[in-house]
Design a protein around this ligand. Sequence first.
Ligand code: NAD
Length: 346
Amino acid sequence: MLIALLPGDGIGPEVTAQARAVLEAVAPGLVFEEAAVGGAAYHAEGHPLPPTTLDLARRADAILFGAVGDPSCDGLERRLRPEQAILGLRRELGLFANLRPARTFAGLEDASALRPEVAGAIDLLIVRELNGDVYFGEKGRRATADGRREGYDIMSYDEDEVARIARTGFEAAAKRRGRLCSVDKANVLETSQLWRDVVTEVAADYPHVTLEHLYVDNAAMQLVRAPGQFDVIVTGNLFGDILSDQASMCVGSIGLLPSASLDSAGKGLYEPIHGSAPDIAGQGKANPLAAILSAAMMLRHSLAMPAEADRIEAAVAATLAGGARTADLGGALSTDEMGAGVLAAL
Ligand code: NAD
């Protein structure tokens, strides 16, 4: 199986190198082909997502992505900025479902901003729709009747888009603890009322999953009050963007959180949720665990290798339980040392 390795910028190459080493240890048959993306690709080839990189991403069975973002590109026009690469990949590959698990590893309860007993209960998955919502609707600036400036962004979802992501949510819940929470703002937004209607209709196909609905304001509150109540949360692009960052902070460090972005056939792009962290790039300080856990998600969701995924996740948990800590977790281990710790625990 072919893995497209797109390390990107900043700490991206440092953390993906560790993830690759772990993958090579548990799944020796994988073939890796590397290509530039983001600022690195702009500097080498004049575009953040060159055709050769996109071609590799299309040919591959799965994509392991580091991070993009390069301060030296800040002055470029928007279409050439590094961040456009990830948006382009999502669009071109039809990656509509973003999966972000958040769980607190034993021993790390104190790293959370929440009380340890609250943080310790977190084991949830956010399923966020990626291709629709207010981000992709008509947008612009116009003048009001009295000549004042006005900005607008149209929010919409059609029923097929909602049903597709709802199924992803129900299926994920069926494989976990069987509880799905759909988050919307149906008390105010018509888009959300349709969302709620369609999710409720789809529920008929999943009788073993318990469905509840929450308004997004309440969901944000519950995520810090009692995050342990959640199993799988399914929500739209805008609400998912905000709630998934909130959930990630509840478990401690951004350096621990993996993600998957999947198409309708299960092909996916796997990346840590953090960015290129220019403030620590090149210093060997980055925590590689988010990238390593992203590699585990890749084995589970795109490569049908769940046992190998379990091995990696268990090795990460054992490494942390043994006290291994990079700087973001209050320790002194380097990126390489943390990676070596996981390899040793495998
Ligand atoms: P960031 O996630 O890069 O960094 C935020 C903070 O977290 C920094 O202090 C950083 O040092 C720390 N951090 C991040 N990952 C870490 C890790 N693995 N180990 C230890 N500490 C870690 O977010 P930012 O600073 O807002 O953005 C930097 C660049 O990354 C920007 O150009 C932004 O656009 C880009 N970005 C890219 C992605 C992506 O590639 N998907 C996502 C977010 C941000």
